[in-house]
Write a protein that binds this ligand. Structure first.
Ligand SMILES: [Zn+2]
Ligand SMILES: [Zn+2]
Length: 291
């Protein structure tokens, strides 16, 4: 058991952190940041993160998720005048290896303008209700509503086609509103069809909120980790390298072998074997055994 003297305080103990969110993400992020990094979340009073692009496509998102995330964190920092900022971005789509399985990738970036660095962490999950469906009436949804985890998770409805700027209805969590929205959308659609999709905004999506909480803990632990050489915060994995040896012939494969940890302040770096304990690659992934 470490004694209180040997537990080193988080480098951020008691400091304030701007969180740019319009979607209640503080419910998932505040506790991890306080418990694991000693940071207190501050919410900017006026923040239009939708200006950076929205899930429903009215404003096109620009740039890569990490860039959008850092920009968003900086919006919060500018609005609060704090040197520390945090933001999160989620993306949804088919699983990279299993095209019919939906997946959710969350990224969370932390900006420290006092020390001058940015770190980010990511989490990938196949546990998501992400789905969409085209219907001509409420009755066609059937079992799909269970797939979409409705009504514990919200839905979005829009006309399949129609005039640009046609209203999109979001955050639908009742059958009555859903019926009415589908009627309106089919009426306004040139093809008399409505597009119904899951609302992936965190405050309408408890599954996503849970993933964001896990990611917040991961990032908070990273922030509290110090460089073994200089003691700067944010020590952690920044890269990986391939070459995991084949279980049959020991030849290097394309699978990850090493994790690379780097410091946010000095040139110190360490290489360690992959942290999930996997030490050999299946022969099926080997170019020599299974060309
Ligand atoms: Zn260092
Ligand atoms: Zn082999």
């Amino acid at each position: 058991m470490p004694t209180p003297q040997t537990i080193r305080k988080s480098p951020y103990e008691g400091q304030k952190l701007a969180l740019a969110t319009k979607h209640g993400k503080e419910r998932a992020i505040a506790r991890p940041m306080r418990c694991a990094a000693g940071l207190e979340i501050v919410l900017p009073a006026d923040l239009d993160t939708d200006a950076l692009g929205t899930f429903t496509g009215e404003v096109p998102r620009e740039g890569k998720p990490l860039d959008v995330c850092v920009k968003k964190a900086r919006l919060g920092m500018a609005a609060t005048g704090l040197p520390l900022g945090l933001a999160n971005e989620g993306s949804f789509g088919p699983h990279p290896f299993l095209p019919f399985v939906p997946s959710n990738l969350e990224i969370m970036a932390f900006v420290d303008d006092a020390r001058g660095f940015i770190v980010h962490e990511m989490l990938f999950s196949e546990k998501t209700n992400y789905a969409q469906r085209e219907v001509c009436g409420f009755g066609e949804l059937g079992d799909w509503l269970q797939t979409a985890s409705f009504p514990s998770h919200g839905l979005i409805v829009r006309p399949k086609s129609g005039r640009p700027g046609m209203a999109v209805e979001k955050g639908i969590v009742t059958v009555e509103r859903l019926r009415a929205a589908i009627e309106r959308a089919t009426y306004h659609s040139e093809e008399a069809a409505a597009l119904v999709e899951t609302d992936m905004r965190a405050h309408f999506n408890p599954t996503r909120m849970t993933l964001i909480r896990r990611l917040a803990f991961k990032l908070a632990r990273r922030l509290a980790s110090r460089c073994p050489d200089c003691g700067a915060p944010g020590w952690g994995m920044t890269g990986q390298s391939a070459g995991l040896p084949c279980e049959e012939c020991e030849a290097p494969t394309e699978m990850i072998h090493w994790e690379i940890l780097t410091c946010t302040a000095c040139a110190h770096r360490e290489t360690r074997p992959r942290s999930d304990g996997l030490r050999k690659a299946p022969a099926g992934r080997c170019g020599s055994c299974n060309p």
